[in-house]
Every structure is written in structure tokens, then in C-alpha cells.
Design a protein around this ligand. Structure first.
Ligand code: GDP
Ligand code: IMO
Ligand code: MG
Length: 422
């Protein structure tokens, strides 16, 4: 397999985890490069459901090296819980997981700050996952953060953490929140540090050793293009670069060694959290929620739903350089008589072909739709292109054409088997 970056081309939850799991069969190394435990990547192996938050979804296949890269922010207590949960159900972690020593640490005060800022924002809140992601990346940019190498070094951790918590407690007090207890967090984090120490290493060197032996490497994006801190619907975004470039900075991979970018989309659109979503409508939300689908894998919140937005995905192709398109959840549209796809937006008398940068303008955009006749038959049993109803084929070809990428993977259900390649 070529060295591949896989990104979400919408607002997250596109089914990246499932596609990563499928592609990992041919990969040797799988790397997470940004985000933290705000991510929730669902993979089914048989009837067993796994939701991965920090550990690459490749971990579910034996013998694969899984790297948590320098661009990720790690809540170490949560990572230990995730490891324990996987070990309990028989997943091999030792010898397979590597954690970057320069990845930044998420602390409880980051979570409290995340919550407090959301409260202060009131109706303008972002709708974050409250995992402390924004404040942790904030500390990284402000150069006040602690990294995994600091966490696993007892002397250094005590020294740096005592300075850090002193400053943070002043901030918490000013916000009207309770200050935090040094001893409690220190001992909890030191215990997590000891547990994680065997995995913490120079992952850049490991990645380049893999490159040198021509191993196939897969970069697992978290979140999605329109949650990117630079290219998303700011400020309704997460705090990392979720687009393809983030895979390089978040791992130490040179850009000229990337062969392929795969964009994952749902056959419709979802978003969890606040911010504009031009094609959102109750009809499709009620349909999908009625089927028990589209509830968040991390927070359980119902996802907002809309028609496929090719204005957005075309933009995603532009900023990520998407070569191949993986379309998931086609089966969600199986019962519909008519399916709409946004092909452009209208604001006043103006027609827009690209997502406007100003969220206030985006919020006013009205989609211009093209309609497709539904196939109104189940697709979940399809195992190859020829098994799909002709109308489903027409729909898929159209969204790939509008998106400007080559249709390569189709998913018609949550399991591994319900996936085929073109
Ligand atoms: P991720 O964050 O991009 O990995 O996506 P999530 O796991 O948060 O959400 C995707 C959801 O869609 C999960 O519940 C998956 O099990 C499910 N899923 C993925 N592909 C398909 C598909 O083709 N059909 C159906 N029915 N479910 C799918
Ligand atoms: P995966 O990897 C969908 C959203 C939150 C919120 C915004 C900022 O599973 O696709 P944050 O906690 O990151 O500060 O929240 O981003 N968000 C996601 N939405 N899927 C995700 O991850 C997300 N991670 C964050 O809902 O709107
Ligand atoms: Mg998810």
C-alpha cells in the first residue's frame, strides 16, 4: 500500500475509523497525528464494537505498529483507561503502541477551562466535547505546556507541574472555579506516567525507520476538514489542523514522501456541536435518528444531519488534495424517494461555488440542490459495485464528480465485510 493520509472531508464522524480498520489490513504502521480524546472512531469486528479515542484504529489488527504522534494532545489517565479496556477484551497493546515523547499532555484544568469558556460564551458556545482540547493546544502554542517526556520523568514533572498548577489555579479562581489540588492530580498523573513510560519514545525516528524499510504507512485523521483550526468554520472548529498537512507536522513525516490522500465522506452530512451547516434539515435528521443512527461516539449527543454538501466536499478536495474518495453510510439513504445534493450556495443574488470564509456569510447561505431519484431498496448486502442498484451507482458517481475525487471505496454498513473497492 502507498503511504496514505486519510482525512475526514466533512465535519467529523465520516466513518474514518471503519475505513482505517479496513485499510490497515494492507498497512504496517498506523499513525494518529492530531486531536485528542475528542475523537471517537467506531470499528466493528464481528459483533464486537470498539470506540477508539486516542489509540489508532489499526490496533484492532494484530502485528501492526500504532503510533500516537507529536501532534496529538494526550490525556494520560484517559489513555491508560483506553489501553486497559482494550487489553481486557484481548487486544494486544504491548509491542504495538508507540507514543511520542513530544506530544502535549492534557490536564484536568484544561477540561475545566474548556467548560468555563463555553459557559462564558453563552449562546455563542462552540459545543466542544469538554475534553480540554482547546486549552491544551493553547498551552502548546503559548509554550507553557508539558509534554509526555516531562510526564514520565518524576523529578522534572514535579517541578514543572507545580509551576503550571500555581498559574492555572489563579486563572481558575478569577473565573470563579475551584482551584485544583496539586497532590491529587500529581499522584494520578505520575501513576499514569509510569504506566505509559514503556510506550513513550522518539516516534519520529521510528517513523523514519519504517520509511527506510519501505513499510506501508497510514495516517489516521481525526475530526474533519471543516473542524480544522485554519480551514474550518472558525470559531466553530477544533484546535488542530485536521486537514492533510496536519499529518506531516503532527508526525514528522516529510510531505514529499506522501503518495496518496483518501477523503472519507458520509453519503449525507452530519455535524455535532454548534456552527453553520448549510444543508441541515429536520427531515433527514428525523429519518436517521429514527433508525437509531447518528448519535455521537464520544459524547452521545445527537448529530445534526443534512444532505450531501458538495460545495463543502469540493473545498475539502482542494485543501487536502484528495485523490480517492471513500463514501460511507450509503445505506442510510436506502428508503428515500428523492435525494438532494447541494451543488452551490446562494447568498442574496450571488451564487457561491466555494465555502465562504466568513461564518456569518456561511450561516446565510442557502443551498442550491440537484435532485436524484432514490433506489428504495436495501444496499447493506452489496459486496461489489455491480450489486448496487443503478440509481445508487448514479448517485455515488455524481457526488464523486461534484467533489472532484475518484470514487474508490464504498461502505454499506458498519462491519468490515460491508465495504468494497472500485
Ligand atoms: P469517525 O469518527 O469518522 O471514525 O466516525 P464515527 O465512528 O464517529 O461515526 C461513524 C458511525 O457510522 C459509526 O457508528 C460507524 O459504526 C458507522 N458506520 C460507518 N460506516 C457505515 C456504513 O457504511 N453504514 C452504516 N450503517 N454505519 C456505518
Ligand atoms: P472524530 O475524530 C465530530 C467537534 C465538537 C465541537 C468542535 C470543538 O470522531 O470525527 P473540541 O472538543 O475539539 O474542542 O470541540 O469540534 N468535534 C468533533 N465532531 N467528530 C469528532 O471527532 C470531533 N472532535 C471534535 O463537537 O463542535
Ligand atoms: Mg467520531
Amino acid at each position: 500500500m502507498a503511504t496514505t493520509i486519510l482525512v475526514g472531508a466533512q465535519w467529523g464522524d465520516e466513518g474514518k475509523g471503519k475505513i482505517i480498520d479496513v485499510l490497515t489490513e494492507q498497512a504496517e504502521v498506523v499513525v494518529r497525528t492530531q486531536g485528542g480524546n475528542n475523537a471517537g472512531h467506531t470499528v466493528f469486528v464481528g459483533a464486537q464494537k470498539y470506540v477508539l479515542h486516542l489509540i489508532p484504529s489499526g490496533i484492532l489488527r494484530t502485528g501492526k505498529t500504532c503510533i500516537i504522534g507529536n501532534g496529538v494532545v494526550i490525556d494520560p489517565v484517559s489513555l491508560v483507561q483506553e489501553i486497559d479496556g482494550l487489553v481486557k477484551i484481548g487486544i494486544q497493546i504491548e509491542g504495538q503502541l508507540l507514543v511520542s515523547e513530544t506530544a502535549h499532555v492534557v490536564f484536568p484544568f484544561h477540561r475545566i477551562l474548556d467548560e468555563q469558556r463555553e459557559i462564558l460564551k453563552g449562546k455563542n458556545k462552540i459545543g466542544t466535547t469538554k475534553r480540554g482540547i482547546g486549552p491544551a493546544y493553547g498551552d502548546k502554542a503559548a509554550r507553557t505546556g508539558l509534554r509526555m517526556a516531562d510526564l514520565v520523568n518524576p523529578t522534572r514533572f514535579r517541578e514543572l507541574f507545580s509551576i503550571r498548577i500555581k498559574e492555572q489555579n489563579e486563572v481558575l479562581k478569577a473565573l470563579g472555579a475551584e482551584p485544583m489540588d496539586f497532590d491529587k492530580i500529581h499522584s494520578e498523573y505520575r501513576a499514569a506516567g509510569d504506566r505509559l513510560k514503556p510506550y513513550v519514545t522518539n516516534t519520529v525516528v521510528k517513523l523514519h525507520e519504517a520509511l527506510q524499510r519501505k513499510a506501508s504507512i497510514l495516517f489516521e485523521g481525526a475530526q474533519g476538514t471543516f473542524l480544522d483550526i485554519d480551514h474550518g468554520t472558525y470559531p466553530y472548529v477544533t484546535s488542530s489542523n485536521t486537514t492533510a498537512g496536519g499529518a506531516c507536522t503532527g508526525s514528522g513525516m516529510p510531505p514529499n514522501r506522501i503518495d496518496l490522500v483518501v477523503g472519507v465522506v458520509k453519503a449525507y452530512t452530519t455535524r455535532v456541536g454548534e456552527g453553520p451547516l448549510p444543508t441541515e434539515n429536520n427531515f433527514i435528521a428525523d429519518l436517521l435518528h429514527g433508525m437509531g443512527r447518528e448519535f455521537g461516539a464520544t459524547t452521545g449527543r445527537p448529530r445534526r444531519c443534512g444532505w450531501y454538501d458538495s460545495v463543502a466536499t469540493r473545498h475539502a478536495t482542494m485543501v487536502n488534495g484528495i485523490d480517492h474518495l471513500a463514501v460511507t453510510n450509503l445505506d442510510g439513504l436506502d428508503t428515500l424517494e428523492t435525494i438532494k445534493v447541494a451543488v452551490a450556495y446562494k447568498v442574496g443574488s450571488e451564487r457561491l461555488e466555494y465555502i465562504p470564509n466568513d461564518v456569518a456569510v456561511l450561516a446565510q447561505c442557502e443551498p442550491i440542490y440537484e435532485e436524484f431519484p432514490g433506489w428504495q431498496s436495501p444496499t447493506t448486502q452489496a459486496r461489489k459495485w455491480e450489486d448496487l442498484p443503478a440509481r445508487a451507482q448514479t448517485y455515488l458517481e455524481a457526488i464523486a464528480r461534484f467533489t472532484g475525487a475518484k470514487l474508490k471505496i464504498v461502505s454499506v454498513g458498519p462491519s468490515r465485510e460491508q465495504t468494497f473497492f472500485l
